[in-house]
Design a protein around this ligand. Structure first.
Ligand SMILES: Nc1ncnc2c1ncn2[C@@H]1O[C@H](COP(=O)(O)OP(=O)(O)OP(=O)(O)O)[C@@H](O)[C@H]1O
Length: 448
């Protein structure tokens, strides 16, 4: 029996895969009935424990290879665990389970009934739900075609429509939701919202941090097959971004920070998070070392570290550096790049104020850019640097560090636009007085 209102209780779940160096090693092992051991064991999940309560939405996040899909397959009963237990109170349906359960030779309609029955729903129940399933799928006459002729988007539409029309107690939701066009995705997310409002328990396994923040009550981070952290969505998403796959679970950071010399400018506090960002940078570091960057951080208007922002928010990017040798032509720089690694914006301090900075050995400098984040929603990586400034294009690089931070831009509800950048725009229309219905009108984008 599960305690109180717990509907899923997972205890010490582990999954071991056998890794074979060569394909024929599997066969060798098989024909020798296992007497000749040719594999090594790989634990994709190790002692994973968590529980989900009625009405709770729990998010499971992790970097590539963390074990999310393996966990998802176990939850969907597509894989057996090697150890551990999974207790479920009520009916649990997974999108993955639904999609993989389709028979490619059967039509969409036939699959609705065969899959529904496999999940324990009767013909009467499925008949009663049929109209809503068909409407939700928007597949029209394609519902009478074999699913082997469906595109991946149509396949997910069918699976999700069936999924959305059943009323299980627990839903397992995964990345498949992000397939399909934006409108169908919106419909699916509206549905999730409704589910949550109706009090269903949800397990959301995803890379999509926006969904995690929007829907989850609690988040678990998986790292190398283990649960390393558990907490509030905001806390866990920030930790996930700042970790870059490393240093989770409070592990000690490697390396020592440069000793800050005592003749630096008094009173500059270097936030710990800014030092971590530099130490955990995943990109290339270049420079002759005359200036050494020791911290970089985005802060919101309250001075708190920002890992996410809405389009149009003002953030301050502070770069902390130590001057190793005297320099008389110093400028600070930053660049933001999108997920295709296209630089969407970059600037240096000389471009902004034409000031050439001189700095003496041992100085500690904090350089801050105030930036209006007029970017489209998405994830961006950040490069920071200290260079010379003889021209607007730098000649000398003292220190530049790529990939030291990520910033996720989210779309605020009051502002909608297309493209990569937001440009302030107004709209006017003029007509003659005789044409009724056309009025001089001015529309401005403004926070409502
Ligand atoms: N069938 C398999 N045989 C051997 N190793 C496997 C198998 N499936 C997964 N793995 C390994 O198990 C680990 C976890 O994989 P899994 O696919 O569960 O991670 P994930 O968190 O879903 O990753 P991603 O975000 O990239 O999809 C990886 O190192 C992967 O290479």
């Amino acid at each position: 029996m599960l305690k109180n209102n717990i509907v899923v209780d997972i205890k010490e779940l582990s999954k071991k895969y056998k890794i074979y160096a060569k394909p024929h090693h599997r066969l060798l092992e098989w024909i020798t009935l296992g007497n000749l051991k040719k594999h090594t064991d790989f634990w994709a999940l190790r002692d994973v424990s968590f529980s989900v309560s009625e009405g709770e939405c729990i998010g499971i996040i992790g970097h590539n290879g963390a074990g999310k899909s393996t966990l998802l397959k176990i939850l969907s009963k597509a894989l057996y665990p090697s150890h551990g237990s999974m207790k479920v109170k009520g009916n649990m349906v997974s999108l993955l389970e639904l999609g993989t359960g389709f028979n490619p030779e059967l039509t969409g309609l036939q699959n609705i009934f065969t899959s529904g029955k496999l999940l324990g729903f009767s013909d009467e129940y499925l008949n009663a739900k049929l109209t809503s399933i068909l409407e939700f799928s928007e597949l029209g006459d394609f519902i009478h075609q074999p699913v082997k002729s469906y595109s991946s988007g149509m396949y997910v539409r069918l699976a999700f429509s069936l999924y959305a029309s059943l009323d299980p107690d627990i839903y397992v939701v995964d990345e498949a939701l992000s397939v399909g066009d934006i409108f169908f995705q919106q419909k699916c997310f509206d549905f999730l919202q409704k589910l949550k409002a109706n009090g269903a328990a949800i397990i959301l396994v995803t890379h999509d941090m926006q969904s995690v923040k929007k829907y989850c009550d609690r988040v678990i981070i998986l790292n190398n097959g283990k649960v390393t952290n558990e907490g509030s969505p905001l806390e866990m998403v920030n930790l996930f971004y700042s970790s870059n796959g490393k240093n989770l679970a409070g592990q000690q950071l490697e390396g020592e920070l440069i000793e800050i010399s005592s003749n630096g400018i008094v009173g500059i506090d270097i936030p710990e998070e800014s030092k971590h960002n530099i130490q955990n940078a995943v990109g290339i570091r270049r420079g002759d070392g005359k200036v050494r960057i020791i911290g970089a951080i985005f802060c919101d208007s309250d001075g708190k570290e920002a890992r996410t922002a809405n389009t149009g928010d003002n953030l301050t990017l502070s770069i902390y550096s130590e001057i190793i040798e005297n320099v008389d032509d110093l400028a600070f720089t930053f660049q933001m790049s999108d997920r295709h690694n296209t630089v969407v914006f970059g600037q240096n301090s000389y471009m902004i104020n034409k000031n050439i900075l001189s700095a003496r050995k041992g100085n500690i400098i904090k350089a801050s850019f105030k930036i209006e984040m007029n970017l489209f929603q998405g994830l961006y990586t950040v490069m920071v640097g200290a260079t010379d400034c003889q021209t607007e294009v730098s000649n000398k690089i003292y220190d530049t560090i790529e990939g030291c931070m990520t910033l996720e831009i989210m779309k605020p509800e009051w502002r909608s636009f297309h493209g990569v950048a937001f440009m302030k725009s107004t709209f006017e229309i003029e007509g003659t007085n005789r044409t009724e219905g056309i009025h001089r009108n001015e529309v401005k984008y403004a926070r409502q």
